[in-house]
Design a protein around this ligand. Structure first.
Ligand code: GUN
Length: 291
């Protein structure tokens, strides 16, 4: 079998188009422009790329983008003060603090200082609790993007066996909650899971979110299963020339694509969906704030 490719780039473009339509209507009918504030502390190169991309796409769909950059040694009180200011700013409907934060800052404290109604990442403890109890919440962008692609490809997920590899608060845990919400039988596998191949080998859906390049191979996959690769890992690519690198996922694409029924590529799979869902969450937050 050769897997069907789930084109996240094309899907994300459709989501952005829908978001742009909502934004235009909010402007025309209510005179409201949704605003997203992104806070970056320090100069982590990967974070800088993500933040730039978020700002660019925010503007492209017609929303206001507010970027706030703090020095790597910024004091916790300064960051908390900025969040307070953004919480109280009626032009700001969504707030995102780019992670990871420098080590001297308390990530939990910072995230939980964000107004849960503006927490477009869905990381605030209130939103985590609401999602876990099946209530209306802000849903983390990467798992939401994965769920949208799964529903689009498979239709109903009810009764399917889903294995999430990775137990992070950003992806693994909320992903498992969302799949449970869609009536999957959910297993979370992680670094201590015994005989992980046997576990993934029973899954109709495998979501790989561990950050280990090409860890999941075709031997782990049940024939016909749907594979969602959340990993974005940069590895050396000497075949492209000295010092060159390339992006790979957590799945070994070639061998998985031989066995799976469908698979997301890296790049061009989950990645573009994450920012598209962030924009969608910002519009949702704006609509909820304005009744
Ligand atoms: N760093 C890596 N992924 C994310 C994300 O989804 N949100 C935030 N705030 N930081 C991240």
């Amino acid at each position: 079998m050769t897997a069907q490719i789930i084109d996240g780039k094309a899907f994300a473009a459709r989501v952005r188009e829908k978001v742009a339509g909502h934004v235009a209507r909010l402007k025309e009918e209510h005179g409201i422009v949704p605003g997203l504030a992104v806070v970056l502390v320090g100069e982590d190169p990967a974070s800088q790329v993500y933040v730039r991309s978020k700002g660019k796409q925010t503007v492209e769909v017609g929303m206001n983008s507010y970027e706030h950059k703090l020095d790597a040694d910024a004091a916790q009180e300064d960051l908390l003060g900025l969040i307070e200011q953004l919480n109280n700013d009626p032009a700001v409907h969504g707030i995102l603090v780019q992670l990871p934060l420098p080590g001297h800052l308390d990530e939990d404290l910072v995230i939980n200082a964000i107004d849960p109604a503006k927490d477009v990442d869905g990381f605030h403890i209130s939103n985590v609790g609401l999602l876990g109890t099946g209530q209306k919440s802000m849903v983390p962008c990467t798992p939401l993007g994965c769920l949208m692609m799964l529903r689009d490809h498979l239709g109903s997920l009810s009764g399917l066996n889903a294995v999430v590899i990775g137990r992070s608060n950003i992806v693994g845990k909320p992903m498992a909650q969302l799949l449970l919400g869609d009536s999957c039988t959910v297993t979370i596998a992680h670094s201590r899971t015994r005989d992980i191949q046997e576990v993934t080998g029973r899954a109709d859906i495998v979501i790989a979110a561990v950050g280990r390049p090409e860890m999941v191979t075709g031997a782990w996959i049940k024939p016909g299963a749907t594979v969602i690769d959340v990993g974005i890992n940069r590895i050396d690519a000497p075949e492209k020339g000295e010092g060159k690198t390339r992006l790979v996922g957590d799945c070994d694409y070639e061998s998985c694509a031989e066995v799976a029924g469908a698979i997301t590529p890296v790049p061009g799979g989950v990645g573009p969906m994450t920012i598209a869902c962030l924009l969608a969450n910002t519009v949702t937050a704006c609509c909820r704030a304005n009744g």
